[in-house]
Write a protein that binds this ligand. Structure first.
Ligand code: SAM
Length: 246
């Protein structure tokens, strides 16, 4: 994988990336006390789970995201014992054993084609015990053209960080441009531009891919508070289990 979309900006990811879903994934992970986190990024979900005593097996293909992740855990032996980080992608990771729970947080849209979704879900299925659960989110709301617009602004001491996001849909892929600006006392100090891509998919394709890879969908939500999904909703959070005898 050459360009995933975080290579130049991983060090800024946490400024804009706080996640509303840690309690949600903890709800599932606490049953077995462990979880596989595919596309763990800088650990925004994995690290809080590890702090709560969950053993998290993380998969992250982007070296600069892994670097930030490791910086965050380096100083804390308690965290280190609960975290395992593999430099692989969803289709190729191998922990050599099965688990009861796997999740993907803000990651599914990185699968750019039906084949990539099937290969990745097949490999995830291989890592689950029969009855084991897979939970992930898909944000359909982004799957349209967007002019480059300010999408976040964060103050940290003397610095102000601004993030602009725009993108164009080309067939079944959306090509993104993301620009980060660093301002100090009203002056622009740095601009970093990053390109990225997201797969365009829909509810039917997601269900199809799950069925083909041996999953049965149990519940669908429209947020991380377990509110049932309504057709046409922009956020789909899906809970499925792996078929087979326990
Ligand atoms: C939006 S970030 C989400 C990070 C983290 N899960 C979170 O919620 O903050 C998506 C992450 O998925 C990773 N990723 C992209 N393609 C992937 C793939 N095929 N398999 C596994 N991870 C992938 C990216 O490198 C990035 O770290």
């Amino acid at each position: 994988m050459s360009n995933i979309g975080y290579e130049r900006t991983a060090h800024l990811y946490d400024l804009f990336g706080l996640k509303p879903n840690v309690d949600f994934y903890y709800h599932y992970a606490r049953e077995s006390g462990e979880a596989v986190d595919v596309g763990s990024g800088t650990g925004l979900v994995a690290i809080p789970l590890a702090e709560r005593g969950i053993k998290v097996f993380c998969v992250e293909p982007c070296a600069s995201m892994r670097k930030v992740f490791l910086q965050r855990v380096r100083a804390n032996p308690y965290l280190k014992k609960n975290l395992n980080l593999l430099a692989r992608d969803a289709a190729s990771f191998d922990f050599g054993r099965c688990f009861d729970f796997c999740f993907l947080s803000f990651m599914f849209d990185h699968f750019l084609s039906v084949d990539e979704r099937i290969d990745s879900l097949s490999n995830i299925s291989r890592h689950l015990n029969p009855g084991g659960r897979l939970v992930f989110d898909v944000y359909f709301g982004y799957m349209k053209d967007e002019a480059l617009n300010l999408s976040g602004e964060v103050e940290a001491g003397d610095l102000v960080y601004k993030r602009y996001i725009g993108g164009k849909v080309r067939g079944k892929v959306k090509e993104y441009t993301i620009v980060f600006e660093t301002w100090e006392k009203g002056e622009l100090r740095e601009t970093i531009q990053q390109t990225s891509a997201a797969g365009i998919t829909d509810w039917g394709e997601v269900h199809d891919a799950l069925r083909k890879t041996g999953f049965v969908v149990t519940r669908e939500f429209r947020d991380y508070e377990f509110t049932p999904y309504r057709e046409g909703g922009e956020l789909l959070v899906i809970e499925a289990y792996k078929k087979g005898d326990k």
